[in-house]
Design a protein around this ligand. Structure first.
Ligand code: MLT
Length: 254
């Protein structure tokens, strides 16, 4: 992996393929390897940039809290470093929240947007409270209970569950804590949708038990020109549960 100094941290990323620039952002609490099954299917179409969001994978973080916008600012700085002015930004789940923040802050740098198993809504109060409880639990007891709670929600496929578990176990507790708080405080992006003047792709498993398929259908209803691909039987990891369908959908951003 390459590493670049941005905004006081070291941001790690992989780059592969050739074509139109495409950034693939992982969700919580994972790293860029989430896209391992999809990236090979896209590398003849895109110049793919696969960052580890600050604190996750091989990227460092600061010893102070950050918010969702900070993750997006890191991505803009990475694109600056790579001399890429405009890219399609795709995010899985929390990565989708980052993609939306990027589109709000840098609309002129977005050639397309992809939301995979994500949503535009902010957290309702009880979810927000749950995030702070989880963050306190991680601070006191480590990541164990979050990993236990999330593993079965990612997917019902046992092989993929052990993959997700191993990936979650690789991440630092401090990255969990900051990301949980950042997600809790994220803005609602519903009103942003009407400003989008680039292609939008939505990919969602209809068996997603972390973010229900209705969240994807609501985006499609608000943005009829968006390309929605519902994946029957897939949970929260369509890029692994249905990598070919996910890759085909993302090619609409080329
Ligand atoms: C994710 O998969 O990134 C998170 O579960 C998203 C969330 O908790 O809202």
């Amino acid at each position: 992996m390459e590493r670049v100094n941005v905004n006081g941290i070291q941001l790690a990323y992989e780059r592969r393929g050739r074509g139109a620039p495409l950034v693939l952002l992982h969700g919580f609490p994972l790293d860029h390897h989430l896209w391992d099954e999809v990236a090979p299917l896209l590398e003849n179409t895109f110049d793919i940039i696969l960052p580890d969001l600050r604190g996750f994978g091989n990227s460092t973080m600061l010893d102070v809290p950050h918010n969702i916008d900070d993750y997006a600012i890191d991505i803009a700085s990475l694109l600056d470093h790579l001399n890429i002015q405009k890219a399609a930004i795709v995010g899985h789940s929390m990565g989708g929240y980052v993609a939306l923040a990027f589109a709000r802050m840098y609309p002129e740098r977005v050639s397309g947007l992809g939301l995979v198993s994500s949503q535009v809504l902010a957290d309702p109060p009880e979810r927000k409270e749950g995030r702070y409880k989880s963050a306190a639990d991680v601070a006191a007891n480590g990541i164990g209970s979050v990993v236990e709670a999330m593993t079965p929600k990612f997917t019902t496929d046992e092989k993929l569950q052990s993959y997700a578990r191993a990936s979650m176990e690789r991440q630092r507790p401090s990255a969990y804590i900051n990301a949980l708080k950042a997600m809790a405080e994220r803005a609602d992006s519903t009103s942003l949708l009407s400003s989008f003047n680039f292609p939008v792709v939505i990919v969602h498993g209809d068996a997603d038990s972390l973010i229900p398929i209705d969240r994807a259908r609501e985006v499609k209803a608000a943005l009829p020109q968006a390309h929605l691909v519902e994946i029957p039987g897939a949970g929260h990891m369509p890029m692994m549960e249905a990598n070919e369908k996910t890759a085909e959908a993302l090619k609409h951003l080329a």
